[in-house]
Design a protein around this ligand. Structure first.
Ligand SMILES: [Zn+2]
Ligand SMILES: [Zn+2]
Length: 147
């Protein structure tokens, strides 16, 4: 899955892997920034997202990503944002528990459907090819589910 792409922060070409969105230099700077943000929230657990942005100079996007990753849960329950599906306030992830469980169920069903379709399709293509067709199909379905 690794591929060359331009770093979204500095524009440098780097080898992007699923867990790496930016180049190593920017990742390091970002980690430092994240440590500052976490330290700030730990000291000011009642601060809002807007206050964190103001105090740390971080972008809203970055804070939101960190919240989604659950980075603040252990010391702040105050930082919440709406579930992408139903709008209920949540503190981590993209969806509330109910929406998440509903989606997991739908994804499992989609997986089963894809697997069946995959098994039926006894094409002469290579296993690698079939695997990528399979995961593309899954990505389409998951993409639709997530809206
Ligand atoms: Zn970079
Ligand atoms: Zn929800």
């Amino acid at each position: 899955m690794a591929k060359m792409k331009n770093c979204p922060m500095c524009g440098k070409v780097f080898l992007a892997t699923p867990g790496r969105r930016v180049c190593i230099d920017c990742r390091e700077a970002e980690m430092q920034r994240e440590r500052e943000i976490v330290a700030f929230v730990r000291e000011h657990p009642n601060s809002t997202i807007a206050e964190i942005i103001e105090a740390t100079g971080a972008s809203e996007k970055m804070i939101k990503r960190m919240i989604e990753e659950g980075r603040f849960i252990e010391f702040s329950q105050n930082i919440h944002y709406p579930c992408k599906k139903c709008g209920k306030p949540i503190v981590a992830g993209k969806y509330c528990k109910a929406c998440y469980e509903r989606m997991q169920k739908a994804i499992r069903q989609a997986h089963a459907d894809q697997m069946l379709a995959h098994l039926r399709k006894k094409s002469g293509g290579s296993a690698e090819k079939e695997k990528s067709t399979y995961s593309e199909g899954m990505q389409n379905i998951i993409g639709k589910l997530l809206g």
